[in-house]
Design a protein around this ligand. Structure first.
Ligand SMILES: Nc1ncnc2c1ncn2[C@@H]1O[C@H](COP(=O)(O)OP(=O)(O)O)[C@@H](O)[C@H]1O
Ligand code: SF4
Ligand SMILES: [Mg+2]
Length: 342
C-alpha cells in the first residue's frame, strides 16, 4: 500500500441526544482503515451504517469520541492551528445534495471566487475569474463562459454536482470525500460524474473516498483501489477491491453480492424472500451483542452472540468474522459483469 494520507485507528463516534433519556448512538464503533495518498477507497454499506459519520471524521468535521485520526502520520486533533488549516484544505467534502450545498443567491463564479481569494490562490478578481474558468473546464463545464454567471437553479443536477466538485478543487486538495455524490442525480448522468472523479484521480493524483450504498458504482470507481464494507458502525471486510470481491469472506458481503440482501432496506421489502433471517436491520441505538451481524447471519454460532470478532488479516484483505476461514468462499455468479449488483 502506498503512503497513508489519512489513517483511522480504532475510531469511534458516539452521539448523545436528549438530556433526559441520554439516548446514545454509536454511529462509528472502533474503525481502523487507511486512505493512501492518491488512492481511491470505496466505503460501502446500507443506510444508517455510519458512512456519512465516518466521512465527516475523515474530513475533520467531527472530533472522534474514541481513537485517533492521523494525517500524514500526525494525530489530527493534536495539530497546531497552521497544520490543521493545511489539513482542512487538503481534505474536501463533496455532498450528495448539490442544490443544498450551493448558495442559491451566488453565481457559480461567486461560489468559486470566495475560496480562491480567501486562500490567496488568486490575488485579484481577474485572476480569480481565470482560475474559476479553468476549474470549470476541468470538471467538464465547457465553455466556461456559459456557466460562470449562472445561478444554481439554472443548472441541471449533474451540472450542479460538477460545480460542487469544482468548488472542492479550488483549494487544491489531496483527498475528496464524496458522500453519495450521484445518488440524487439522474441515472443517465451518474456515469459521467463517476468518470470525472476517476479522471481527476488519474490526472491530478487526487485521492477519493467514495461513499455509497451501491456496489456497482463502487466497483466502477474503485476497482483498482480499495474497498471497505461497513455494517452498523463497523468495518466487516476491507482490502484491495479486486482481492476482496474475488474472494468475499464475510457473510454480509456475500449476501450483498448475491443481491439477496439489497443495501437499501426499502427496496429489500419488495424483493423475493431471503434465506437470511427476515428481520429489520437492527437499531443502531441498541446494536446486538457479540458480532453485530449475528441476528441476520446464516452461519451464526453461540460464540457469535457473545464475542465480537476482530478485523483480521493482511492489509490487502481483512475480515471480521469468527468463521472467516471455515465459511465457504463465495464468488458472484458472473464476476465479469456488474449486472447482479446493478
Ligand atoms: N448528528 C447526529 N446526532 C445523532 N445521531 C446521529 C447523527 N448523525 C448520525 N447519527 C446516527 O448515526 C447512525 C449512522 O448515521 P450515518 O452516518 O448518517 O449513516 P449512513 O451515512 O451510512 O446512512 C444513524 O443511526 C444516525 O441516526
Ligand atoms: S462472526 Fe458469526 S455471526 Fe458474525 S458474520 Fe461471522 S459467522 Fe456470522
Ligand atoms: Mg449517509
Amino acid at each position: 500500500m502506498r503512503d497513508s494520507l489519512i489513517a483511522l485507528e480504532n475510531v469511534s463516534m458516539v452521539f448523545t441526544r436528549g438530556w433526559l433519556s441520554r439516548e446514545r448512538v454509536e454511529a462509528v464503533a472502533g474503525v481502523s482503515m487507511v486512505i493512501p495518498e492518491g488512492g481511491i477507497v470505496a466505503l460501502v454499506g446500507e443506510t444508517g451504517s455510519g458512512k456519512t459519520t465516518l466521512g465527516k471524521l475523515v474530513a475533520g468535521l467531527y472530533r472522534p469520541t474514541g481513537g485517533r485520526v492521523r494525517f500524514r502520520g500526525q494525530d489530527l486533533w493534536a495539530l497546531d492551528r497552521r497544520s490543521f488549516g493545511e489539513y482542512r484544505r487538503a481534505v474536501q467534502l463533496v455532498h450528495q445534495d448539490a442544490f443544498a450545498a450551493l448558495n442559491p443567491v451566488r453565481t457559480v463564479y461567486q461560489s468559486l471566487k470566495a475560496p480562491l481569494l480567501h486562500y490567496r490562490i488568486a490575488r485579484n478578481e481577474r485572476e480569480a475569474r481565470e482560475r474559476a474558468a479553468g476549474l470549470l473546464e476541468q470538471v467538464g463545464l465547457t465553455p466556461p463562459g456559459l456557466f460562470l454567471d449562472k445561478y444554481p437553479h439554472q443548472l441541471s443536477g449533474g451540472q450542479r454536482q460538477r460545480v460542487l466538485i469544482a468548488r472542492a478543487l479550488t483549494v487544491e486538495p489531496r483527498l475528496i470525500v464524496a458522500d453519495e455524490p450521484v445518488s440524487m442525480i439522474d441515472v443517465s448522468l451518474r456515469l459521467a460524474i463517476l468518470q470525472l472523479l476517476r479522471e481527476l484521480n488519474r490526472r491530478l493524483g487526487l485521492g477519493i473516498l467514495y461513499i455509497t450504498h451501491d456496489l456497482a458504482t463502487a466497483r466502477y470507481l474503485a476497482e483498482e483501489g480499495w474497498l471497505a464494507v461497513m455494517y452498523l458502525g463497523q468495518i466487516v471486510e476491507q482490502g484491495a477491491f479486486r482481492e476482496v470481491l474475488g474472494n468475499p469472506r464475510h457473510p454480509y458481503l456475500q449476501a450483498l453480492l448475491s443481491a439477496v440482501l439489497v443495501p437499501d432496506p426499502r427496496a429489500a421489502r419488495s424483493m423475493r424472500p431471503s434465506p437470511l433471517p427476515e428481520i429489520d436491520p437492527p437499531d443502531p441505538r441498541r446494536p446486538p451483542p457479540g458480532c453485530r451481524f449475528h441476528p441476520r447471519c446464516p452461519y451464526a454460532q453461540a460464540i457469535c452472540r457473545e464475542r465480537p470478532p476482530a478485523l483480521q488479516g493482511p492489509a490487502d484483505h481483512q475480515v471480521a468474522c469468527h468463521f472467516a476461514q471455515e465459511i465457504p468462499s463465495w464468488r458472484p455468479p458472473s464476476a465479469a459483469s456488474p449486472s447482479p449488483w446493478a
